[in-house]
Design a protein around this ligand. Structure first.
Ligand code: KG4
Ligand code: ZN
Length: 324
């Protein structure tokens, strides 16, 4: 068995996965959404303190598995440094105490492996990764070979939902809140411009769209419920259209036999529906494993274990900014 730890942002999560058949034997996640909600975003110091309490509480429940562990894996990049450190320290302690190898895992690879939970992996793949920290299109040849084809110039797709939610005085995280409001909204009431519409660049940008939304919000003295729904729907339509237009452009030069969408924002069903029309056979992770979790880290960790990508406990580093 392998024990995996995820603490890159505001979710404390530990999983135990059987190496031979990828079966998930234990998974617990404690989210900090309520604690961060009043600030409209993640407060790093608060996140670190909450991880320091939650991770040992979860670990306590894994005692029966500890004698059977072959390795421990942990997210060490990218993410909030003070949050990553909490998981990495726990993983180092377990590696030393149980005398088992330590495997550092890239969080974004974890999201890719959320496609293969309790199953065999299958590559090559084109992947759209949409989360709170990233908006990227990747060409994934296998675990070791991931090429970035496009990324955001500023805010990420998920982050833009969080910011629109915050500007309307709604909670954090904003993704599901905006998606739900949009269901009752008129997506044509506000005419937002699609970002980078006339640019030949295959890249993403969400800060301008966020500003357009801010100006509309500020033009009202107060927002009634229907207006909030209409803003959410009009924003979501353009945020997704931006992704689709750039993907269409990219598909002219890059042919993918199979295409997937992963990351916390891939839980958005409006986005999935639109992507399904663009690419046949869209692959998605199960909804419960789209947002940050230790199961996807464990699944990637099994691959790293097979590749023997072990790291000495003195050498493991936290890399807040690394992508691929
Ligand atoms: O992957 P994730 O859990 O954390 C990061 O690695 O960043 O993604 C969290 C992000 C948040 O910005 C959240 O608002 C967004 O994913 N998200 C959504 C939806 N559900 C979560 N964005 C749009 N629509 C959703 N339904
Ligand atoms: Zn994530």
């Amino acid at each position: 068995m392998i024990l995996s730890i995820e603490s890159s942002c505001d979710d404390s999560s530990i999983a135990i996965t059987r190496i031979s058949d990828f079966k998930v034997l234990f998974h617990k996640k404690i989210s900090q959404e309520i604690e961060h909600s009043k600030y409209g975003g993640v407060v790093p110091e608060l996140a670190a303190r909450l991880h320091a309490k939650a991770l040992p509480d979860i670990l306590e429940q894994t005692k029966e598995f500890l004698p059977h562990l072959k390795a421990v894996c942990v997210t060490n990049e990218p993410g909030l440094s003070v949050s990553l450190v909490e998981g990495v320290c726990m993983a180092k302690a377990l590696s030393i105490a149980l005398n088992i190898p330590l495997l550092p895992i890239n969080h974004l690879k974890g999201h890719i492996y959320s496609l293969f939970i309790q199953k065999q992996e299958s590559f090559p793949l084109g992947v759209l990764l949409v989360s709170g920290g990233h908006t990227q299109v990747l060409h994934v040849k296998d675990y070791l070979h991931v090429k970035t084809l496009a990324s955001t110039l500023d805010d990420s797709f998920g982050e833009s939902f969080d910011k629109v939610s915050k500007m309307m005085g709604l909670g954090y995280p904003g993704g599901a809140i905006i998606e739900n409001l949009a269901k009752n909204g008129d997506e044509n009431r506000f005419d937002f411009t699609v970002p980078l519409l006339n640019s030949p660049k295959i890249a993403f940008s969400y800060s301008g769209l966020k500003n357009q939304v801010r100006l509309v919000i500020e033009s009202f003295e107060s927002l009634d419920e229907q207006t909030k729904c209409d803003i959410a729907a009009s924003f979501q339509k353009v945020a997704v259209e931006h992704l689709l237009r750039k993907l269409k452009k990219l598909f002219k030069t890059h042919k993918f036999e199979r295409f997937a969408v992963v990351g916390g924002a891939s839980a958005n069903l409006y986005l999935r529906e639109k992507l399904e029309k663009l690419t046949c056979n869209l692959l998605c992770a199960p909804l419960e494993y789209c947002s940050d979790n230790a199961v996807m880290i464990g699944r990637a960790g099994i691959r790293a274990y097979e590749e023997k990508l072990f790291c000495d406990t003195n050498d493991i580093r936290v890399n807040p900014k690394t992508a691929f």
